[in-house]
Design a protein around this ligand. Structure first.
Ligand code: CU
Length: 482
């Protein structure tokens, strides 16, 4: 893992086509005499949080006034300076946005990481609003909570409506490099034992059901966080009885899918990954790693406390916040649910319809991408190739309608994320439909999911599984066009 990372950086330094982000900017913007709006400063920092009664050193992305991440408006430029205040290189990806490719924040693809103590500037137009997020794409920093909300208001938002952002995360006291080493060791040992159900499903098309259910969570986490807190000491948000609030849920975890459980409240889901859908009402919604859900909640007139929970897929553990409407005592919410939640399926995805679908058009180009792996070495790959910088990019051309056919031939679900473009889910297991527009879609074991996008943002773009250790183990590739 370390060698792959240093290879990338080395290759970059030697390539004249990659320039530091700061140099990729318009040098006059915001300079002396310029009338550009001021930059928002984002500081990458070390900080302490308390989890399960113990202090943990994690990362954070904050403005000088302490605000995590950014809230801004559509149509405004995204003018940001990132100051790297940690003691190692870092680079921040604007998850779900469509910047020029050099500003996408993937080390070795978009540009080199920002050295410790260095800065990088960003300036690009915001084409659409919604709930997005930012996270480090360098090494395993995301596991140490180098992530923050990125909210873009647009005409869907109402100035008088209270907004509540909930950022979910998985947390371990074990250092990420150790987690990764343990995953590799455990895989090797189960190979020797020869009895792992996961192994059996790695070689061929996986079956749904019992085998898959055993493969839900690779990493055993110490805690699950909502806005950096557990249910032992949750964030309690004051809300007004009888009013409607907008809930923006961001799954910023490294490896975990959740079900959002609204309890007594009914949610009206209006967007996924920031993009509007034909609204869906319900009390429970799946959210895969890296995805977002925007929902409106109508609060009853009576005073009450309403836990908003996120149930870990396949486990009894849960996290969340509490909405406190009126004068109420907030009772302790258990961190363990009565029942384990089921695995995420595609049932919900299949019901979603884009409110603003892509224009109907035949694909100019189709890439079939098998999601593959070699469990004995904890190698994850695409079309049986674990990524290295020498892997050729998938070719596409500017102006094309592209379809990516993803077929999961492993025993685990993979949330697949495309950088720099929004895509539409257009097919599940052979059935075409005008599904949600998103940037991350879950492909469960044995399933086939097709997404379509318009190649309208030339450059070199990452496409990968968003599970952090799968990504780092090679489940990654690039698309390239000029
Ligand atoms: Cu994966």
């Amino acid at each position: 893992m370390l060698s792959r990372r240093s290879v990338i950086v080395g290759a970059l330094a030697a390539s004249p086509s990659f320039r530091p982000i700061a140099q990729a900017q318009n040098p006059t913007a915001g300079g002396p005499g310029g009338d550009a709006p001021p930059r928002t400063i984002l500081q990458l920092q070390r900080r302490n949080i308390v989890v399960n009664g113990k202090t943990a050193s994690v990362y954070g992305i904050r403005q000088p006034d302490g605000t995590f991440g950014i809230t801004t408006d559509v149509g405004k430029p995204f003018r940001v300076r990132v100051e790297n205040g940690i003691d190692e290189p870092s680079l921040i990806h604007w998850h779900g946005l469509t910047p020029p490719w050099q500003q996408d924040g993937v080390p070795g693809i978009s540009g080199p990481p920002i050295p410790a103590g260095g800065t990088a500037d960003y300036d690009f137009p915001l084409r659409f609003g919604g709930t997005f997020w930012m996270h480090s794409h360098e090494g395993l920093q995301e596991q140490l909570l180098m992530a923050a909300p990125l909210i873009i208001h647009d005409q869907r938002d109402r100035a008088d409506q209270q907004e509540i952002v909930v950022m979910l995360a998985d947390f371990s006291f074990t250092p990420p490099d150790q987690i990764f080493a343990d995953l590799r060791k455990r895989s090797a040992m189960s190979q020797i034992a020869g009895a792992s159900p996961r192994m059996a499903t790695m070689t061929g098309m996986a079956q749904n059901g019992a085998d898959a259910a055993r493969d839900l969570n690779d990493v055993k986490y110490d805690a699950f966080l909502a806005n950096y807190r557990t249910l032992a000491d949750p964030e309690v948000v004051k809300v007004e009885p009888g009013r409607e609030v907008l809930l923006r849920i961001i799954n910023a975890s490294s490896m975990t899918n959740f079900h959002v459980e609204l309890g007594q409240l009914q949610g009206r889901l209006i967007a996924v990954d920031g993009f509007p859908i034909v609204p869906q009402t319900g009390r429970r919604f799946p959210i895969a790693d890296a995805q977002r859900l925007d929902m409106r909640l109508a609060l009853p007139r009576a005073s009450a406390a309403y836990p908003i929970l996120a149930l870990v897929e396949g486990e009894r553990r849960q996290t969340g916040i509490v909405l406190s409407a009126g004068a109420v005592d907030v009772a302790r919410v258990p961190e363990i649910a009565d029942q384990p939640s089921p695995a995420l399926t595609l049932d919900f995805e299949r019901r979603l319809r884009a409110a603003a679908p892509l224009r109907a058009r035949k694909a100019d180009r189709v890439h079939t991408i098998n999601l593959t792996g070699e469990m004995a070495k904890y190698i994850w790959s695409l079309n049986n190739v674990a990524w290295t910088p020498s892997v050729p990019s998938l070719p596409i051309a500017n102006g094309e309608r592209v379809e990516l056919v993803m077929i999961n031939r492993t025993g685990m679900s993979h949330p697949m994320h495309l950088h720099g473009h929004e895509f539409q889910v257009v097919e599940i297991d052979g059935k075409r439909f005008a599904g949600a527009v998103r940037d991350t879609v879950l492909v469960p074991p044995g399933r086939r999911v097709v997404v379509a996008f318009d190649a309208n943002n030339p450059g070199l773009w990452a496409f990968h599984c968003h599970l952090l250790y799968h990504l780092d183990a090679g489940m990654f590739t690039t698309l390239k066009y000029v």
